[in-house]
Design a binder for this molecule. Structure first.
Ligand SMILES: [Zn+2]
Ligand SMILES: [Zn+2]
Length: 190
């Protein structure tokens, strides 16, 4: 059930979709577009949900919610991207869902270049949608081929240092914590 580095002969083994108790292995080097988590477990996500989650953390200072997929806090929450993208995402297990969209799984990648940062004793993770083949490294600028840069998700790696990140703390705690690293400074949820 548990992946370890040595058990995985090919990079996309890491991209196996796991839903507590079940898994759907990828059958080809690039995960199929529209790869999704069973909606029986994780349902719709509406603009009202996004507003409520955002207000709870950023308005009321409530503890960040646990990820509905992996249950961790500090990594999961509502997010916004220019120009008008509202979604929720977990940088521990890769659960990703746009408002009014299906639940999906993003892939964890890391470029092995010199400037690639460490975060809490592990390489920083750049999450990409499952239909992304390549991207420009945000730290060195070189092209990164997703198929060769995929790493295991922290959620599937029992000894991953991020398991030690304290849980169920207020937003101020996580803001201070993530400010320890340049790549995460300013965030409340990783
Ligand atoms: Zn998660
Ligand atoms: Zn790089």
């Amino acid at each position: 059930m548990t992946d370890t580095y040595k058990d995985r002969p090919e990079p996309y083994q890491a991209a196996r979709l796991r839903i507590r108790g079940g898994s759907i292995p990828n059958r080809r080097p690039t995960p199929p577009a529209g790869f999704r988590i069973e909606v029986v477990r994780i349902g719709e996500y509406t603009r009202d949900d996004w507003d409520a989650e955002s207000y709870s953390i950023f308005g009321e200072g409530g503890n960040p919610a646990a990820c509905p997929e992996c249950g961790r806090t500090g990594f999961y929450g509502p997010r916004f991207a220019e120009p008008e993208r509202r979604f929720r995402a977990c940088r521990f297990c890769g659960f990703w869902q746009d408002v009014d969209g299906p639940p999906t799984r993003y892939l964890p990648t890391a470029h092995t270049c010199d400037p690639w940062p460490e975060l809490s004793h592990a390489p920083y993770i750049w999450w990409v949608s499952s239909d992304t083949d390549a991207y420009d490294c945000p730290f060195c600028g070189d092209p990164v081929i997703v198929a060769v840069a995929v790493v295991p998700t922290p959620a599937e790696t029992p000894k991953h240092p991020w398991w030690k990140i304290p849980q169920n703390r207020p937003p101020s705690f996580y803001r201070r914590l993530w400010s320890n690293w340049e790549c995460s400074a300013g965030r409340t949820i990783l």
